[in-house]
Design a protein. Structure first.
Length: 361
């Protein structure tokens, strides 16, 4: 076995006490716990077990590529992604809910504080986005998902409060990791939907991005101005503790360019995605002339899906996801067949019209 004692001159003097010796056993025991917790791995393990217990297939990290400062592709990742399939009343699978989850561990005494949107008049519901434009069966009523989302306050940004300082980077980084991972995941699903060979394999794709922390979450009250904060003795006087919230931010120039690159690569490599979209739109317009075909409709769907992230405390994750799956079950009750995917004798697929009578066979 290799001698663990450092052999370089500058390190020999530091090896007087072996790491496992009684002289520093107490310190090292404390150190490994702190270091392991700060790595975030135990928190990820907690989250994975919660999702597994709820019936999700947990797939580990979700890697994706992003252009770095040098103009070269750099691999990034979201900590966890997991999915669950949903069946209709006939037992046929119609939907796939995927969660993209980023985990941020904080030491005790740290608090996350968010600023609420000043008004909800201009907010668009959709933290759980539904991607079914290429599908022959589609849900017609997303009301249950919208009702669930209205329980959460929409916020613009957040900061981490430490004992002696504040930090806006940790939350910003967590949100960024998720938001930049969304486009690649959606493109892969669009390609799968557009090039599927069997009608029963065309599943609506539902995506919910989630940022999980063990820190308590607070939202500033609308009257928490500079004077109010300056004269307050405690955070609880100007902010309310919550179990979850939604951060809603429009994509900036870099994220928009990221979406353009990924969408453009999809259209060049997989033109059938836009062809299927045009076919489904044409069929829908036969029943409802008000349906408009958007030539780059899928790109706008991707951009919309990067706006919102659900932020949840670890202790509330199980209930939050359980409520989400319940809302999706209710949403699935409005499933209707809008088209059929048929094969010709040569094995090629074509999209044919179907009546909007609710027949989901």
């Amino acid at each position: 076995m290799k001698d663990p004692t450092p052999s370089t001159p500058e390190c020999r003097g530091q090896a007087k006490t072996a790491p496992g010796s009684p002289a520093n056993a107490q310190g090292s025991r404390k150190d490994w716990q702190t270091k392991l917790l700060k790595s975030g791995l135990p928190l990820e393990n907690d989250v994975a077990h919660v999702l597994d217990g709820l019936g999700f297939e947990v797939c580990g990290e979700y890697p994706y590529m992003r252009v770095g400062e040098a103009g070269l592709d750099v691999e990034h990742s979201v900590d966890l992604h997991a999915f669950e399939l949903f069946d209709d009343r006939r037992g046929l699978t119609w939907g796939n809910l995927t969660l993209m989850v980023e985990c941020k561990y904080n030491q005790q005494g740290v608090e996350w504080v968010f600023s609420p949107h000043p008004s909800d008049r201009s907010l668009i519901i959709g933290v759980t986005s539904v991607h079914q434009d290429l599908c022959t069966r589609q849900v017609m009523d997303t009301g249950p998902l919208e009702s669930l989302e209205r329980r959460y306050t929409h916020c613009t940004k957040g900061v981490v409060l430490h004992a002696k300082d504040s930090d806006a980077c940790l939350i910003r980084h967590g949100l960024s990791q998720i938001r930049y991972g969304v486009p690649q995941l959606l493109v892969s699903e669009y390609v799968s939907q557009a090039y599927g060979l069997n009608d029963e394999d065309l599943l609506a794709f539902l995506l919910c991005p989630i940022l999980v922390t063990n820190a308590p979450l607070f939202i500033l009250r609308h009257d928490a101005n500079v004077d109010a904060v300056s004269s307050s003795a405690d955070l609880g006087e100007v902010a309310d503790r919550v179990e979850g919230l939604i951060v809603d931010q429009s994509p900036g120039p870099d994220l928009s360019a990221h979406v353009d690159r990924i969408y453009g690569a999809m259209v060049r490599s997989w033109p059938g995605t836009e062809h299927r979209l045009a076919d489904i739109d044409r069929i829908l317009r036969q029943s409802d002339p008000s349906v408009l075909h958007e030539p780059e409709g899928l790109k706008y769907r991707i951009l919309e899906a990067t706006h919102k992230v659900l932020v949840v405390g670890l202790g509330s994750l199980r209930e939050t996801v359980d409520q989400l799956t319940g809302a999706i079950e209710l949403t699935g009750l409005s499933l209707k067949r809008v088209a059929w995917l048929r094969k010709n004798e040569g094995g090629q697929t074509r999209t044919e019209s179907a009546s909007m009578d609710g027949d989901c066979r």
